[in-house]
Design a binder for this molecule. Structure first.
Ligand code: FVH
Length: 289
């Protein structure tokens, strides 16, 4: 048995993290707001605490996996004094600024904060597909590497506590846009009675093939070379999106998923960039700065 670690939050993800640590021989103390959500943890030998105060007694490391930034503050603030001198590893999904605020709050109380962003689902924790980004305390990352590596591939993104959350939310932006696009397409073919299960057989490999273009888009953006060879022009993309949107509404499907992208393209056209590559939408996205 290794030293004990506290786990606050035994939802689907918190339980998976705690169970993986327990399976690897860590002595763990767990707490959950409403009773015990993962009874098997107790049967495996985890100590189940009745309160947060009780859960942090005698442990040096506190892993937090709760619903959101507000619940993290509600749980940690009352026990701040008891956390002084310890490492808190926050694996709750938060915005970059919420993570930075938490790190500032922790720093003022001599709490070492390592913020993490889990790029996995509970079922894959501990498996080869699980990746977790960390930022904030470099010392906390180094000292807890053995524990962190149990959950997945660990990457440290630097001392700015907001960086892991920034990568996380940026990657989720791509994921949710993709899901919305898939649902839009499924609604289109569904308007003619095609089951989503039939559509996905064709859509999934197409999307996978399209991801190979992402590296070219990235190179274009980094070099700001929107007139380089081989790029699909904004003028072309505007017509393509208009056609897809017309096809959608013609099938009784709203164009609301595509309209924001179309608006970005149209603003770039209005600014005179019609012959520039479609990656130039990136500049329009940044225009709110
Ligand atoms: N599940 C997933 O696939 C994703 C993958 C990527 C990262 N996320 C993030 O992990 C955080 C926790 O997610 P979860 O899946 O464990 O979520 P739930 O099963 O809904 O459990 C939520 C836990 O939070 C507790 N809780 C909620 N509000 C409060 C509060 N005000 N005070 C104290 N605890 C609170 C809740 O307790 P209870 O409802 O059982 O009493 C659960 O323990 C999350 O940030 C994901 O974005 C998971």
């Amino acid at each position: 048995m290794t030293v004990s670690t506290t786990f606050l939050g035994l939802g689907a993800m918190g339980s998976a993290l705690a169970r993986t640590a327990s399976d690897a021989g860590h002595r763990i103390v767990c707490w959950n707001r409403t009773g015990h959500r993962a009874p098997s943890l107790g049967e495996q030998g985890a100590v189940i605490a009745d309160s947060v105060e009780q859960a942090i007694v005698g442990t040096r490391t506190v892993v937090v996996c709760l619903f959101d930034a507000t619940s993290v503050r509600q749980v940690l603030e009352p026990v701040a004094t008891g956390l002084s001198g310890r490492t808190v590893i926050n694996l709750t999904t938060t915005t970059p600024n919420q993570s930075r605020d938490l790190a500032r709050w922790a720093g003022e109380r001599d709490i070492d904060l390592l913020d993490g962003a889990i790029m996995a689902v509970p079922e894959t924790i501990g498996g080869p597909e699980s990746a977790i980004f960390y930022s904030g305390s470099a010392e906390g990352f180094a000292q807890h590497r053995q524990l962190l590596d149990l959950w997945g591939e660990s990457s440290y993104l630097g001392p700015d506590a907001g960086m892991a959350a920034l990568y996380d939310t940026a990657m989720l932006a791509g994921m949710y846009a993709m899901f919305a696009g898939f649902l839009h397409g499924a609604a289109m073919v569904g308007s003619e009675g095609v089951p989503a299960g039939e559509f996905v057989r064709r859509q999934a490999p197409f999307l996978a093939a399209m991801t190979e273009q992402l590296a070219d888009y990235a190179a274009t953006i980094d070099q700001q070379d929107y007139l380089g060879p081989g790029q699909q022009s904004l003028r072309f993309t505007e017509t393509a999106l208009s056609t897809v949107m017309q096809a959608s509404t013609g099938q009784g499907v709203t164009d609301e998923v595509l309209k924001p992208a179309h608006d970005l393209v149209r603003r770039q056209l209005a600014a005179g960039f019609g012959e520039h590559g479609t990656a130039r939408m990136f500049e329009e996205l940044r225009s709110v700065r």
